[in-house]
Design a binder for this molecule. Sequence first.
Ligand code: F6P
Length: 357
Amino acid sequence: MKRIGFLTSGGDCQALNAAMRGVVKSLLNSDEQVELFGFLNGYQGLIYGNFRMLEGSDFSGILTRGGTILGSSRTPFKTIHEPGEDGVDKVEAMKHTYFKLNLDCLVILGGNGTHKTANLLREEGLNVVTLPKTIDNDLWGTDMTFGFQSAVDIATDVIDKIHTTADSHGRVFIVEVMGHKVGFLTLNAGMASGADIILIPEIPYNLDKVVKAINKRKEKGSKFTIIAVAEGAISKEDAKLSKKAYRKKLERYTHPSVSYRIAEEIEKKTGQEVRVTVPGHMQRGGSPCPYDRVFASRLGAEAGKLILKGEYGFMVGYKNREIVKVPLEDVAGKLKSLSPDADIIKEAKMLGISFGD
Ligand code: F6P
């Protein structure tokens, strides 16, 4: 008999349910008896012992369902050692819940912050297996995270739709894409939808170069320009600032986000009308795309295999087209970002896409 706890932590994304279903199906199809505990709203459920017992039937019909049947929340790692407002020692409370329920293992689905806490729990003696989720695809140790391809589909669809209206009106359109501090989502959605300019955090932009690219299109007879801007895009000038100085500078801006600042500057410099579209959390919503359903199911099944073998302390990841187990201590605290020298960037430039650099 194995007693297994599940939790989903951090920002949600598509295929969280598909991944949990994969784990559970693989366990239920084995000879092992299992008891399943679902902790509610991420680490909060583990801290406060807030869980419900799960049956195989809870995982039926959820392959295609977005969000997470367990709920999620953010429990920032940087304050994990600070007592909560109610004075609770979060780490001790999580250990207490785990040992009180006599769990054999925790299956934790999450992104960067979640993995730091998962690794801490491992260091504290808990058995942990994790699965890589995030639309940002910024998790170290895996080439792909589930949620990413579904979000690429959504952001691509948005930019596709903007194309027709941009064409009718002859405007410059900015579509702001999520991705936190990395540009995987913006780059992929931008390339998939034929964006003319793509601005990502890994390649700080020079606004004059952006304007030059817009003017060049105009000279060639193009009525409109589509710019895919990552929410974390940064100018060359700002990239030179220390983190602290940049944060201070951001506080002075009144624009809701980087895209609006860029839009204002482009309007000033070109006299062209600029419109901004921000699809925001829509990119994390809805049903997972077929790729993510299959991918998350595969990762889930492999996590089930690790649990059955009693191999703990790993994230199930994907490297060079193979599913791999990555030690949690290697994953925690590292960010995966795009290299400005990556082939995909060079190829995008060969297609005529400007990165404003
Ligand atoms: O990490 C996923 C993500 O959607 C990022 O792309 C984005 O920056 C962030 O979460 C938004 O967080 P929240 O849901 O807390 O607003």
